[in-house]
Ligand binder design. Structure first.
Ligand code: SAH
Length: 230
């Protein structure tokens, strides 16, 4: 069974978007993963296909209605569906490489994209939605956030990136930022590739990379070096 992703959104035409090109796009055509984008508006019941209403208690904007969201979620992810149900939300747990790795080992993901002021809390509670944030800023909708989550997860699905080793060294995988990379030409605008990298001494190269990673992490992201970090 391939990794199955379902998106509930008011803008299904945005998908696969950037997920349809390059390695992820090829693995989508090769059915290593699947993507189904469902139009939330199809679950509206009135003539105007209304999906939102004004916030109870007052205030600006509109709120996506719980009954319509629940109907969409129940159809896309019926009882017994083992896939985690995720709501993209600035209030959610920040997305990490560790969570992306866990999700990639599972059967797939169901993602709800919010819009406007957000969604009725009862849809979150009754459908046990896990709220995930992609960062401490507010987007206009959950679609781009869902693409970020999917892009982080899908590239980790076994078989999607040809070389399994290419994950091991990356930023965050080791708990540190990645060392600087170089490739030919040997000399660019007067700057040489660090000689150790062309020395052929694999022990020295590994040591240099480890030092560079640590120095970069200390300078830019000392928080990653705190004990207890994923
Ligand atoms: N009023 C809400 C923000 C709504 S933004 C609040 O203050 O919390 C509209 C939608 O965009 C949200 O429902 C969510 O799906 C999406 N969104 C906005 N920022 C996001 C973020 N940082 N991470 C993930 N999703 C986000």
């Amino acid at each position: 069974m391939s990794f199955s992703t379902s998106i509930i959104t008011l803008f299904p035409e945005l998908f696969p978007g950037p997920l349809g090109v390059s390695v992820l796009g090829r693995s989508l055509s090769d059915r290593l993963w699947s993507l189904q984008a469902t139009q939330l508006r199809d679950f509206a019941t009135d003539r105007h296909r209304t999906v939102d209403d004004t916030p109870s208690g007052g205030g600006a904007g509109m709120v996506l209605k719980s009954d319509i969201l629940a109907r969409a979620i129940d159809l896309v992810s019926p009882q017994g569906d083992a896939r985690p149900r995720i709501l993209m939300s600035p209030r959610g747990t920040p997305l990490t490489q560790q969570r992306a790795r866990q999700l990639a080992l599972g059967p797939g993901i169901v993602i709800v994209c919010g819009r406007f002021e957000g969604i009725d809390q009862r849809a979150i509670d009754t459908r046990a939605l896990e709220e995930i944030s992609i960062g401490d800023y507010v987007l206009a909708g959950g679609e781009v956030a869902a693409m970020v989550l999917l892009e982080a997860v899908v590239r980790l699905i076994p078989g999607v990136l040809g070389d399994a080793d290419s994950h091991a060294d990356e930023s965050f995988e080791s708990g540190q930022l990645e060392y600087p990379q170089y490739t030919r030409p040997q000399r660019f605008e007067g700057v040489e590739i660090p000689p150790v990298l062309t020395s052929g001494d694999h022990g020295k190269i590994a040591k240099w990379r480890a030092e560079q990673s640590l120095a970069l992490t200390q300078a830019r992201r000392p928080d990653l070096l705190q004990p207890g970090k994923p």
